[in-house]
Write a protein that binds this ligand. Structure first.
Ligand code: NAD
Length: 344
């Protein structure tokens, strides 16, 4: 398993492999870039099929955090961590505390928060050993509602740009994943009058969306074939790929999942097909923006900053049209300029 020659390696500053035999902890911390400040990004727990799959994920996710934090105007660099294991069966206080001790050894170069497979309870266990945690219950708390708000406003920006509409009445949206963020997003969309087409591996979440939000349940693979205006990926990454691009009928792809495009070239492919893509790390920055307000937490100020996602995305869409370039390339260019000047 190569690191420096890995396809997902992007000049990362530091990659740390952590193993604690007593608790069974196997984790990787990737610090991508600290030009704008200490690396901040969540801790994902996932039953990876191989160590290489975990490494690929953490390398890609940490790079995404550098760009996300820069574009959101936060004084943070980019980092991420993954714990290898089944979140349903392997979690324990001891395991997360062991992880916290590893974070201490990094001296604050990386600050963690919750992500897929981890919760505020797990963060509290990590915090028993280290101060390098964010998204703490009772302070900024669960980031998901803020990620959902930013994603909802991002969908509105895309609809404004593509369809020239300010309202979402009757708009058809296919939502893939009704988890912490996806369900809140569906609630926003439902209140705005959108029609929902939803899928998930979790039957209970589907039934709830059907009963509470009038959502239409579709199969896991059928989500790509829906005749909808917006496809909102809100589960895992790489769902926009060679197999799905030809099937997705939506003119807009805008959701909260990280790393939505399987490969960078899919950005151009979407543009060629007239699909407006809201760059993932821009539209899903609401949670980290909220976390950045953790000290002296001010919900109104955090919400106002999350609302800036709407204008940032409109700016990206307009620049992409003016320069005839894919939206992801434009966002990357803008982020790199911010990173090069250290966030100032
Ligand atoms: P979550 O684990 O709460 O929800 C994910 C949902 O997707 C679950 O309901 C799960 O059952 C479902 N799912 C899993 N596999 C699926 C499949 N093949 N098809 C359909 N549904 C499937 O996670 P979350 O916190 O809601 O995050 C969702 C996505 O948004 C992730 O990619 C995450 O990295 C990203 N994200 C989350 C936040 C946040 O604040 N939580 C912030 C930024 C980005």
């Amino acid at each position: 398993m190569a690191v420096f020659n890995h396809t997902a390696f992007d000049g990362h500053e530091q990659v740390v492999f952590c193993h604690d035999p007593e608790t069974g902890l196997k984790a990787i911390v990737a610090i991508h870039n600290t030009n704008c400040g200490p690396a901040v990004g969540g801790c994902r727990m996932w039953n990876y099929a191989s160590d290489d799959e975990a490494l690929t994920d953490v390398l890609r996710l940490s790079r995404g955090m550098t760009y996300k934090n820069a574009m959101a105007g936060l004084p943070f660099g980019g980092g991420k961590s993954v714990i290898i294991g089944d979140a349903k069966t392997m979690k324990s206080e001891a395991l997360f505390r062991a992880f916290g001790r590893f974070l201490n050894s990094l001296g604050g170069r990386y600050v963690t928060a919750e992500d897929v497979g981890t919760s505020t309870k797990d963060i509290a266990h990590i915090q028993m050993e280290t101060d390098f945690v964010a998204g703490i219950e009772g302070l900024s708390g669960d980031p998901s509602p803020f990620t959902a708000l930013g994603t909802y406003l991002g969908i509105k920006a895309a609809v404004k740009h593509k369809l020239g509409r300010d309202d979402l009445e009757g708009l058809k949206v296919a939502v893939q994943g009704l988890g912490s963020v996806g369900y809140y997003l569906c609630e926003h969309l439902h209140r705005a009058g959108a029609k929902l087409y939803v899928t998930d591996i979790n039957e209970a979440a589907l039934k709830k969306a059907e009963a509470e939000l009038g959502a239409t349940i579709v199969g896991l693979d059928e989500i790509y074939d829906q005749d909808v205006d917006v496809y909102a990926p809100c589960a895992l990454g790489a769902t926009v790929n060679d197999n799905t691009i030809g099937r997705i009928k939506a003119g807009i792809i805008a959701g909260c999942a990280n790393n939505q495009l399987a490969e960078a070239r899919h950005d151009q492919l979407l543009r060629d097909q007239g699909v407006l893509y809201a760059p993932d790390y821009v539209i899903n920055a609401g949670g980290i923006i909220n976390v950045s307000f953790e000290k002296d937490y001010d919900k109104a100020a955090a919400t106002a900053k999350v609302e800036e996602i709407y204008a940032t995305l409109l700016d990206i869409f307009q620049r992409a049209d003016a320069q005839q370039k894919p939206t992801g390339i434009i966002a990357d260019q803008m982020a790199r300029e911010i990173i090069a000047r250290g966030g100032k």
